[in-house]
Design a protein around this ligand. Structure first.
Ligand SMILES: CC(C)(COP(=O)(O)OP(=O)(O)OC[C@H]1O[C@@H](n2cnc3c(N)ncnc32)[C@H](O)[C@@H]1OP(=O)(O)O)[C@@H](O)C(=O)NCCC(=O)NCCS
Length: 195
């Protein structure tokens, strides 16, 4: 069953170059900006994201990408606002796997906004959302030649391994259980709550 819009995941973020971005769960009303976002990606970015020569999202894909239940699927978009008009500059999503405890991610950032921290922001947001949902593993398949993505995910603690029998892709995995380095931060804030 669909969950209510998770407004606790809405965040205003200032990028390191000062640009202001809102990261928020996608809504059905975001159909048009999602469509324009994918259309505006370079051929290479679109290929790395969809692993096919897809040029634009068809209606079925647009429905699937924007009408999510915030439970089995989550999508965080990054938007900038100019003249009261929102433009989508990135999206990261996960879909829960059949095992109910792991999920598969996908991410894309508009070419003009790459290398500015948007990808990191979206991955961090997605990992936190998956943890809060109680998921234990985040995984995904990335083209072996997608060095930007492999570097980014390595920096965020994803382990990278080859796919047996397919040298063209890599399998990325991150355990979402709280790591020992997170523990002191969490126990400190928990302590603050009880005092
Ligand atoms: C891969 C992609 C999402 C990265 O988005 P981005 O907004 O450029 O990412 P960021 O600006 O946050 O990070 C980019 C750089 O910072 C590095 N970085 C980010 N966070 C870091 C951290 N905490 N510590 C160290 N390095 C970090 C990354 O490794 C990367 O550096 P590199 O390119 O020199 O290796 C983007 O290039 C893209 O959309 N590509 C097309 C679609 C795609 O490939 N999707 C993946 C398959 S689903």
């Amino acid at each position: 069953m669909a969950k209510p819009y998770p407004s606790e995941l809405v965040q205003r973020v200032t990028l390191r170059d000062g640009a202001r971005v809102v990261m928020r769960p996608i809504r059905p009303e975001d159909r048009q900006i999602e469509k324009e976002f994918v259309q505006g990606l370079s051929d290479e970015s679109r290929y790395f994201r969809f692993m096919s020569a897809l040029r634009e999202l068809n209606d079925t894909m647009l429905n699937r990408f924007t009408q999510i239940d915030y439970d089995q699927q989550m999508a965080l978009i990054a938007v900038v606002c100019e003249n009261a008009q929102e433009t989508e500059i990135g999206v990261a999503r996960y879909v829960v796997n059949a095992d109910g405890t792991s999920c598969e991610f996908a991410i894309a950032v508009a070419d003009a906004w790459q290398q500015r921290g948007v990808g990191s922001m979206l991955i961090l947001g997605l990992v936190e959302a998956a943890r809060a949902r109680g998921l234990q593993i985040m995984e995904g398949i990335v083209m072996a030649g997608n060095h930007k993505m492999l570097g980014l995910m390595n920096a965020h603690g994803f382990s990278i391994r080859s796919e047996p029998g397919d040298a063209s892709v890599k399998h990325l995995t991150k355990l979402l259980a709280v790591s020992p380095t997170d523990a002191p931060r969490i126990s400190k804030s928990a302590a603050a709550d009880v005092n």
